[in-house]
Ligand binder design. Structure first.
Ligand SMILES: [Zn+2]
Ligand SMILES: [Zn+2]
Length: 293
C-alpha cells in the first residue's frame, strides 16, 4: 500500500480515497484517481463487506469471500457410493450380494451397464445449499482463492481415496472457445491449475477442446444433456496424449455425460485412463431414457 501511495502516510491516503473516492477520481489529474482505484481494490480485498452467501460479516483475514460457517456447511457425498461413478448408493447396508460383482466392486446400475468411459469419478460435496452459491461465484466471478480452496479439498479427497499419484497430467473440462471468450476464463481451470500445482503435476489447459458449444437454453432435459456433449470434445491436434493417465476437473457432475464425453475423446487419442474430479455432484444424476434415475 505504501509503495502505491505518494504520501508517506499510505494508510491515511487510502482511507481518504475510500471515503471520497469519486471526488478524488473526478478532480485529480496527477494520478491520485488511479491510486484511489487501487486502494479501493485493496480495501475490498482486506475489508470485504460480508459473506457472499449468507451476508455474515467476514472476520478472518482469508481472501475467501465466504464465511467459515458456510464453508463448513458443504455436505460431503454420502457413503457407500458406486466404486466407478461415485454415485451415493443409500440403503446398501450391509452390502447385499446382488450389487457385488465378481471383482467385489460396488456398482450402481449405470456402471454395471458400463455407461461411462472414465475409470472413476469423485466429487467433494453435494450440489445443494450454500455450495450452489459457491459454484456460481466460481462460474461467474472468477474468484481464484475459492478455486484454490476447492482444489485443496479435492487433493484431500484424492488422498482419502489413495489415488494421489495415479495421474500424469491435470486437465480442465474445456469451454467452447466462443463461450470462454464471452466469460473471459474457464471456471474448471480455476480448479485444475491450483490442483496441478499442489500435486506437482503438469497442467494441460489446452489438451482438450470443445468443438461444439452447449445449446444456448439454460435448462436442458436429461436427453438434451447427453446429446449436447456427445462427440462435442476432441484433443487438440498435435497434443501428446499417448499413454497418459489424465485427471479431469470440472465444477459440477450432473449426469456424468460431460466427463464421459471428455474421457472418450482422451481415450480415443491414446490416453491410458481418465479419472474425473468435480467439486459438486447433483443429488440426482439420472440417465437418459430413465424415469427412475
Ligand atoms: Zn456465510
Ligand atoms: Zn456408478
Amino acid at each position: 500500500m505504501a509503495e502505491a501511495t505518494p504520501s508517506r502516510d499510505g494508510r491515511a491516503a487510502a482511507g481518504r480515497s475510500v471515503g471520497d473516492g469519486r471526488g478524488v477520481r473526478g478532480t485529480d489529474a496527477t494520478g491520485r484517481g488511479w491510486l484511489a482505484g487501487i486502494s479501493d481494490a485493496l480495501v475490498s480485498v482486506f475489508f470485504p463487506a460480508g459473506c457472499r452467501i449468507c451476508d455474515e460479516l467476514l472476520t478472518s483475514a482469508s481472501r475467501l469471500p465466504i464465511c467459515e460457517a458456510c464453508l463448513g456447511s458443504f455436505v460431503r457425498v454420502p457413503q457407500p457410493a458406486c466404486d466407478v461413478c461415485g454415485r451415493p448408493l443409500p440403503g446398501l447396508t450391509p452390502e447385499p450380494r446382488s450389487v457385488r460383482n465378481e471383482g467385489r466392486a460396488l456398482l450402481c446400475p449405470a456402471c454395471r451397464d458400463k455407461t461411462y468411459a472414465f475409470e472413476r469419478a469423485r466429487s467433494f460435496a453435494m450440489y445443494e445449499g450454500p455450495l450452489v452459491g459457491a459454484i456460481l461465484l466460481l462460474k461467474f466471478e472468477q474468484i481464484e482463492p475459492l478455486g484454490a480452496w476447492f482444489a485443496e479439498r479435492l487433493a484431500e479427497l484424492m488422498k482419502e481415496q489413495g489415488s494421489a499419484p495415479a495421474a500424469d497430467v491435470v486437465v480442465p473440462v474445456p469451454l467452447h472457445r466462443r463461450r470462454e471468450r464471452e466469460r473471459g476464463y474457464n471456471q474448471a481451470a480455476l480448479l485444475s491449475k491450483p490442483l496441478a500445482k499442489r500435486l506437482r503435476l503438469p497442467h494441460k489447459a489446452v489438451l482438450l477442446m470443445r468443438t461444439r458449444a452447449r445449446p444456448e437454453k439454460q435448462i436442458l432435459t436429461l436427453e438434451e444433456r447427453w446429446e449436447s456433449v456427445r462427440g462435442a470434445f476432441a484433443t487438440r491436434p498435435g497434443s501428446q496424449v499417448d499413454n497418459l493417465r489424465v485427471l479431469l476437473l470440472d465444477d459440477v457432475l450432473t449426469t456424468g455425460a460431460t466427463l464421459d464425453a471428455c474421457a472418450r475423446a482422451l481415450l480415443e487419442a491414446g490416453a491410458k485412463s481418465v479419472v474425473g474430479l468435480t467439486v459438486a455432484r447433483a443429488a440426482r444424476n439420472p440417465l437418459p431414457s430413465s424415469s427412475e434415475w
